[in-house]
Design a protein around this ligand. Structure first.
Ligand code: ATP
Ligand code: MG
Length: 259
């Protein structure tokens, strides 16, 4: 399709294979991520979801298959390579420092530094302004920026981790289990946050086991993996949680309702 050529997916992974010794974690996995869409990656434990997103994020190399970013083959060898392309990942443990406040966490390891002549002092004021901008953009303006994040709820911490990932305006954000251990209302907040990101044109990839409350309701497309390969694709609006779960456990071979 000419239109598809004019706007290639941000990410296109085809037939990716990855083994750890004798464990064939990925046996030909594929995924496309377009600008402005939220793609869910689902599957039973051990299906290969985390391995696929780790290949996407440069944590693992891959043994075979094609990985293209904006239509061009890439050779991502490290998370730094992925970051440089505009791929950011929010891992399940969030990697936040509980004793630091939101601003400090947002800029952890990459604080805005003053001119070298002043010994690169961290400019707290500038970080605060930047943090406020990002939080406002994400409609999180009412989150306290000066409380230690250890004192915040799981949902608030998740939101800060997501805010941190978008500080440098990535093109793709990957979230591994963003709603695990969150209450229903906190999950709803995360859902609306990732929709805001997609509406701004980011591609969002979410790994989730929360099929009924999150995947079906908050995403656009669903890729189902089993034993390291894709077994079904759905448009989220066309499918029930039960159909997705059936595909995960093997009830619905090779279903493709994604159009
Ligand atoms: N670093 C590793 N070394 C060896 N084997 C691994 C490694 N990472 C993953 N595996 C194996 O690869 C397979 C896929 O694991 P992966 O973590 O990708 O599954 P998953 O779909 O994310 O599962 P879960 O839902 O439990 O998180 C599993 O058999 C797992 O044991
Ligand atoms: Mg996993």
């Amino acid at each position: 399709m000419t239109e598809a050529k004019a706007h290639p997916p941000l990410i296109s992974m085809r037939n990716i294979k990855k083994s750890f010794g004798s464990v064939h974690a990925l046996q030909g996995a594929s995924i496309d991520v377009h600008a402005g869409e939220i793609v869910a990656l689902v599957g039973d434990n051990g299906a290969g979801k985390s391995t696929l997103v780790k290949v996407m994020a440069g944590v693992h190399g891959w043994d075979a298959g094609d990985y293209e970013f904006e239509g061009k083959p890439v050779n991502i060898k490290s998370p730094a390579d992925a970051n440089a392309l505009g791929i950011q990942t929010v891992y399940q443990d969030l990697a936040l420092c509980n004793n630091l406040d939101a601003v400090q966490n947002l800029f952890l390891g990459r604080e805005l530094a003053g001119p070298k002549i002043f010994g690169r002092r961290i400019r707290r004021a500038e970080c605060e302004i930047r943090a406020k901008e990002v939080m406002a953009r994400m409609r999180l303006g009412n989150l306290s920026l000066s409380r230690p994040v250890g004192a915040m709820s799981g949902g608030q911490r998740q939101n800060i981790a997501i805010a941190r990932s978008i500080l440098w305006t990535p093109k793709v954000v990957i979230l591994d289990e963003p709603t695990a251990a969150l209450s229903h209302s906190a999950s709803a907040q995360v859902s609306s946050l990732i929709r805001t990101l997609a509406d701004e044109g980011l591609g969002v990839v979410v790994v989730s086991h929360d099929i009924h409350h999150f995947v079906v309701e908050a995403t656009d497309r669903i890729e189902v993996m089993r034993l390291g390969a894709n077994v079904a694709s759905f448009k989220s609006e066309d499918v029930t949680g039960e159909q997705v779960v059936n595909a995960m456990v093997g009830g619905n071979e090779g279903v493709n309702l994604a159009g």
